[in-house]
Design a protein around this ligand. Structure first.
Ligand code: B12
Ligand code: SF4
Ligand code: SF4
Length: 369
């Protein structure tokens, strides 16, 4: 067996559903996908995918069962790290350098070195809750701490980076390695599983024979992904051309990431006509007034600060996001994972019949209070 075949066999034995190889050179033109950032000697990337369980996705979309799907996503993320570690070990045993990426929550422009923010935010939320409790009084010392923490942390949240640059873009690698193509939504769409896959990659200095990108895109242009997005991250009628490893993709024109962050982080999530929602119980004020220009970034940053000031569950939601970002999910139990939207990805099942059924389930699913 060639080295490439051995790597792919190992990935599949470890549970990957799709695996492919691309060259480092093919991805070096874009900051987000330049593998030399993580491994200066990078020559090749092994990219792999795990598929989601369709029945759990449908129960999630129809609001029948929340936690089973959340746990599935949490376990998938851990599984992606394990597969990556096995490939890294294998390559290192062969004498090569290898860098296993994080599946998600790892950005070039977010400094997560100091984890002190996590206990400080916990402390702030506890003090806000205590202050709001009519049966409790803050001591002078607590009041002082509350004021200091508010100044420090709320100021920081109002500067939350919105344009996130990943350490390494798995979607770009997956296109170059032939796992799928970028669909209208901006998600990777595969022939076998639609967009219902999560990705990870291993970067190595081994010069491996690359696979070819798929010639035809599995995206059929149904745009059901856009119909179930409340955030407006991407357009229905306007397109943009992007180029990945020489492949031209015509995808929806993408707007500020803030439009997804507002919804997908669980800060809000009811559709305009109040017929259905995400799994988030929170509704930010002025949902219909989410700015349509670049001021949306500021608006969403303020939303995080306002949620903390509210205290209670809304503040806990922000703490969860901060933990995800700072711990990169590596150090958190899989069961802690909470997803509230992801609809643009989850609606995009492997067949048109599945997509239509998934869309119908979501539209009839009502609202979470
Ligand atoms: C940052 C990020 C986000 C940000 C920004 C999204 C983005 N920029 O693409 C936010 C928070 C909005 C987000 C949302 C979601 N994400 Co996300 N996210 C990432 C992350 C960390 C990097 C994304 C990336 O590769 N960007 C590529 C760069 C090039 O995009 P950009 O600079 O913003 O693009 C601009 C230009 O450069 C140009 N462009 C030029 N080249 C390219 C190439 C691509 C691929 C695109 C889309 C654009 C683009 O277009 C844009 C300007 O309009 C990856 C994990 C990882 N490390 O890879 C997960 C990842 C992409 N997310 C994922 C998922 C599932 C989601 C969500 C469905 C939410 C969820 N439930 O998890 C939504 C989907 C939103 C959507 N329709 O795109 C999966 C995707 C799986 C799949 N089948 O594609 C990933 C790969 C995580 C994983 N390990 O599986 N995400
Ligand atoms: S839902 Fe339809 S249009 Fe959207 S990415 Fe999937 S196949 Fe393409
Ligand atoms: S995850 Fe939800 S809010 Fe974000 S782009 Fe997809 S459908 Fe829209």
């Amino acid at each position: 067996m060639t080295l490439e075949e051995q790597i792919k066999q190992l990935a599949l034995e470890e549970g990957a559903n799709l695996v492919g190889i691309c060259s480092a050179e093919s991805l070096s033109d874009k900051e987000a996908s330049d593998p030399h950032y993580l491994l200066p000697e990078a020559q090749s990337i092994v990219c792999f995918a795990l598929k989601m369980e369709d029945t759990l996705v449908k129960k999630y979309l129809s609001k029948e069962d929340y936690l089973s799907f959340c746990h599935e996503e949490g376990h998938m993320t851990k599984h992606l790290l394990r597969i990556g570690d096995k490939i890294k070990q294998f390559l290192e045993q062969k004498g090569f350098k290898a860098q296993r990426c994080s599946a998600n929550f790892n950005y070039r422009n977010v400094n997560t070195a100091s984890k002190a923010i996590i206990p400080a935010l916990r402390n702030l939320i506890d003090l806000i809750n205590k202050d709001d409790d009519p049966g409790e009084d803050l001591t002078k010392k607590e009041q002082k701490t509350l004021n200091t923490l508010k100044k420090m942390i709320l100021g920081g949240l109002r500067k939350t980076p919105i344009g996130l640059i990943p350490n390494f873009s798995h979607k770009c690698a997956a296109v170059a390695a032939g796992l799928g193509r970028i669909g209208w939504s901006g998600n990777l769409v595969t022939k076998q599983f639609g967009a219902r896959v999560l990705l990870n990659s291993v970067i190595t200095d081994a010069k491996l024979a690359p696979d070819s990108p798929l010639e035809e895109s599995p995206c059929i242009g149904c745009k059901l992904c856009e119909k179930c997005c409340q955030g407006g991250l991407f357009e229905r009628d306007e397109s943009q051309i992007i180029k990945i490893a020489g492949v031209e993709e015509k995808i929806a024109k993408r707007n500020s990431t803030a439009y997804c962050i507002a919804i997908c982080t669980g800060m809000a999530g009811q559709n305009k006509f109040k017929e259905w929602s995400t799994w988030s119980p929170f509704r930010f004020e002025d949902r219909d007034h989410l700015p349509l220009d670049e001021s949306v970034d500021k608006y969403v940053q303020n939303m995080f600060a306002r949620a903390v000031e509210h205290g209670g569950k809304e503040a806990e939601n922000v703490l969860r996001l901060v933990e995800n970002t700072y711990l990169g999910r590596n150090d958190k139990p899989a069961e802690d994972f909470r997803q509230t939207c992801g609809f643009c990805q989850l609606v995009c099942g492997p067949t048109m019949k599945d997509k239509k059924e998934s869309y119908r389930l979501l539209m009839q699913s009502g609202s979470v209070d």
